[in-house]
Design a binder for this molecule. Structure first.
Ligand code: ZN
Ligand code: ZN
Length: 411
């Protein structure tokens, strides 16, 4: 029988001791009998996803590392992952960016970077620039697709492009839309910057008098009268997990970025509806397709959201609901050849309301794991486990070795 792996990443789950939680971290404070059981029967450790303790990981770079790809080599920018995640095809050579429908005044001062966040007309507004060819580069096509709320993905497709360009998004209000600049001396970067600047102006020209924006203004909403762009990136040119290990893998995530990173390294997407805090639906989806895949990557975003909101109580609740998912999943696969790995992509401090450089706990439970003396799942408890301290890029080879998919070095 072939073994299977569930890689469950709880975004930003790691934290620091919090006073209102009696000096415990949210994972320590939460009631998590099933995560603790995994730790008891499994092997535990502490992990820095980017490999350098203290460095603050982003979600995109951290996930690339968790999938076994060194982000220092393969990461260029978030845009390509977002575009893949919203269902666009991103080809080699494409440059993809994240876009916001934003509100600017006649001097291109940004009044709201998100046009009020609620932009149900996004499909039609994105259609205005989709398929566009700009006079600066008639060989390059603009592809645009609405994502969620005020967000869209924009791809530039054509010869001679580079992701080495700066954003037009000023990342603050009451600032002017920025001019994209090349980040190196290459012709490609200059060409790409020119296209982005032309697209920025053109998007304003086409959107400012758009009938749907007139309607928005009439009902008191801010118009989405420009697309501001950030995070230019290209898909990493890498071998897929299938090519590297001969496995079939699937991503289960309700968030575009994580789907995008997973798709870029060859995972297949198994769609689920919004979880509304019930993560059992994620585990159910994986179990439905249990025989079809060797590896399931399950992603839970709400731990990170609670941390960015500075809400310790909510973070504890999210962790307890993750425990409920484990209570559903673990008994169903315990007797099968299945490994469950639970970890996080980074620490998001409730107090700092942001990502910080601290390590994250990791546990792997499964039939042939050398269990250690750790009895509960938390940052401090796992640090005493048998995996010791590992890097993000170590986890995939470790998991693949349980599946006996890692090639031997030597003979
Ligand atoms: Zn994250
Ligand atoms: Zn975050």
């Amino acid at each position: 029988m072939c073994a299977h792996v569930f890689l469950i990443v709880c975004d930003g789950m790691g934290d620091r001791p919090i006073e209102e939680l009696d000096g415990k971290t949210p994972v320590e404070f939460a009631n998590t009998p099933w995560l603790d059981k995994l730790s008891e029967v499994g092997i535990n450790g502490i992990m820095h996803t980017l490999g350098t303790p203290g460095i603050v990981p982003g979600s995109d770079t951290a996930h690339l590392a968790l999938f076994g790809y060194d982000p220092h080599i393969y990461y260029s920018g978030r845009g390509a992952f977002e575009a893949l995640g919203v269902g666009l095809e991103v080809k080699e050579g494409d440059v993809a960016l994240r876009g916001n429908f934003a509100t600017v005044d006649e001097n291109l001062n940004v009044l709201d970077r998100r046009a009020g966040r609620y932009v149900p007309e996004g499909d039609q507004l994105a259609a205005v620039v989709n398929g566009l060819k700009l006079p600066e580069a008639p060989d390059v096509e603009v592809i645009a697709k609405h994502a969620t709320q005020h967000r869209c993905a924009v791809i530039l497709r054509g010869p001679g492009l580079s992701h080495k360009v700066t954003d037009t998004d000023p990342h603050e209000t009451n600032a002017k839309v920025k001019i994209a600049k090349p980040l190196d001396d290459s012709e490609e970067a200059q060409k790409t910057a020119n296209i982005i600047n032309s697209l920025s102006g053109k998007s304003h020209e086409l959107l400012k008098d758009h009938p749907l924006n007139k309607q928005r203004q009439e009902r008191g909403d801010l118009p989405g009268n420009i697309i501001i762009l950030r995070g230019a990136g290209q898909v990493p040119n890498v071998k897929s997990l299938t090519q590297l290990y001969g496995i079939k893998s699937a991503v289960i995530s309700t968030n575009a970025l994580y789907r995008g990173v997973a798709l870029s390294i060859g995972m297949e997407h198994l769609p689920v509806s919004e979880t509304k805090g019930d993560y059992i639906v994620l585990a159910k989806k994986a179990l439905e397709r249990f025989d079809n895949y060797d590896l399931f990557f399950i992603h839970v975003k709400d731990t990170d959201n609670a941390s960015h909101d500075g809400n310790a109580e909510e973070k504890v609740k999210v962790i307890e609901r993750i425990d409920e998912m484990i209570s559903y999943l673990f008994p169903k696969v315990e007797s099968k050849e299945a490994y469950i790995c639970v970890t996080a992509d980074h620490t998001t401090s409730v107090k700092a309301k942001n990502h910080v450089g601290d390590d994250v706990p990791v546990v792997i439970a499964g039939p042939e794991v050398r269990s250690d003396s750790v009895k509960s799942f938390s940052e401090r408890a796992c640090a005493l486990g048998g995996l010791n301290r590992i890097r993000g890029i170590d986890i995939m080879p470790i998991l693949m070795s349980y599946l006996e998919k890692t090639p031997m070095f030597g003979s």
